[in-house]
Write a protein of this length. Sequence first.
Lengths: 356, 252
Amino acid sequence: MKELIKGNEALAEAAIIAGCRHYFGYPITPQNEITAYMAKRMPEVGGVFVQAESEVASINMVFGAAAAGVRVMTTTSSPGFSLMQEGVSYLAAAHLPCVLANIMRGGPGLGNIAGSQGDYFQAVKGGGHGDYRLIVLTPAYVQEMIDFTILAFDLADKYLIPVLILTDGIVGQMVEPAEFPKDYKPNFYDKSWALTGAKGRPKNVVRTLWLDDYGVENNNIKLQQKYARIKAEFVMYEEFMTEDAEVILVAYGTPARICKAITKKLRNEGYKVGTFRLQSAFPFPEYRLMELALEKHVKGFLVVEMSAGQMVEDVRLSVRDYKPVNFYGRMGGVLPEERKIIEYTLDMLKGKVEVN
Amino acid sequence: MELKLIFDKPKTMTDTKTHYCPGCGHGVLHRIVAEVIDELGIKDRVIGIAPVGCAVTAYDYWDIDMCEAAHGRVAAVATGLKRARPDAIVFGYQGDGDLAAIGLAETIHAANRGELITIIFVNNATYGMTGGQMAPTTLVGQVTKTSPKGRNPNNFEGYPLRVAEMIAMLEAPVYVERCMVTSTESVFNTKRAIKKAFTLQMQGKGYSFVEVLSGCPNEWHINPVEANRWIEEEMTKFFPLGVFKDKYPEIK
């Protein structure tokens, strides 16, 4: 049965359903509902909640718990995620599974507490040092906050990788009907590598340092092979009325919901418009976007973000020069305007190559 | 004649040769930790955390489950490990740069929460790994690569941090002691302190912290014998040895 629930609380309860019993966090708006929910809920289910002294500490607590082989999560918002980048690099390098969430707010700097999407580069290209990637899921609905969080724990355990839930503060704060799964059971994942005390087996070591000639390169090769496998096996997106669309709006999170509403509205007026919504940003749906670019009916793409234009770079890399890719975005926690999106879409439908 | 084995390598030590310099305190301290783990019979339930610093590859020398931590983050990683594996005996092994500079926040807060962990703090008054720079524990007047004229508080270079005393000020920790490893007697005393710290954790009493003054002759540019003398005569003047806090004096 569906119930009215807030995005942040949906994410928190979904983690509990997924078997997460260890949560480490530091308060920051607009994700405070998650830390408060976990403080209350974890003791009820026999779990652990720790309010860390900083995001630097919470991500390293996650490192310790992940090394011990338990399902563990931390959540934060933009400035906090910047502080976590050190730990994220180590988690990726050590092949440790965990779930992270960045409920993005306006930046750079302290910015504001309004929903924003300025952290796409940091999330998708690797915000810390070294060659690494995270699996990045981008929910736009409260239902997806539930479904993607549960999926995130399974992906993390399957691929031994940190999985990031990347969404904006609007999705985090939004209250809408959603439903929790009743019968979720995690698959069995091998955790023989975990630190539990070396009882009846040789010692385990969780490390990211190798001082011999090829140790670190070998770990990098393992990481890249893993990312190639993930890209071959997993990607998520939603296509909305793209089958005959002449202009395709590309977005994720809250702007994608605006784009879908505009698509419906323009379709009612007879315009052939569609929306392509990312549900995962890494892996990026590059092959599907290329396929769409090669469709005769597609004149071009309009990317809409709450940023200066970050995800648009990946769309351009995917589409290459086959079709024009235009961009419209607002920054610092301001929503893209419906009338602007419609204006640029109509311009593109008329055959204009460059709008905005 | 029957030969009797009266001295051997602890089971918890591997056969790997250490990379430590002659006269460095880490070798002795590694052995002390290994002997304590053997004697307490916890080799199969202990998890150690190596710092960033000279002891970064401690996991090669101890035959136990080991975790790495980013520079300074040992206490946070230890918190995560212990909360996830409450039956494990979790200890961190950190140098002065790791613990007293970059990791001071994590150190103080883990201690203040009363995490059921043991921290062994190796204080050699310098950054050994990076080549002998000024540490938070560098003595006033001590020449290092980044205090070439000697550490000068009048030049805003500050005073050595007395970490054991800082930890002892907090309510939650149950045991805080400062030792050294310069002589047979002080080595035995350090072993007693570390054994007690582990025992307190095993009994669920609380957070324990042992600081150990340790030589770095290589970066102090003196020989090992002089290094030990410098610890005993100079370091202990500012870093007095002793027990700063003990909520369970009856436990040995």
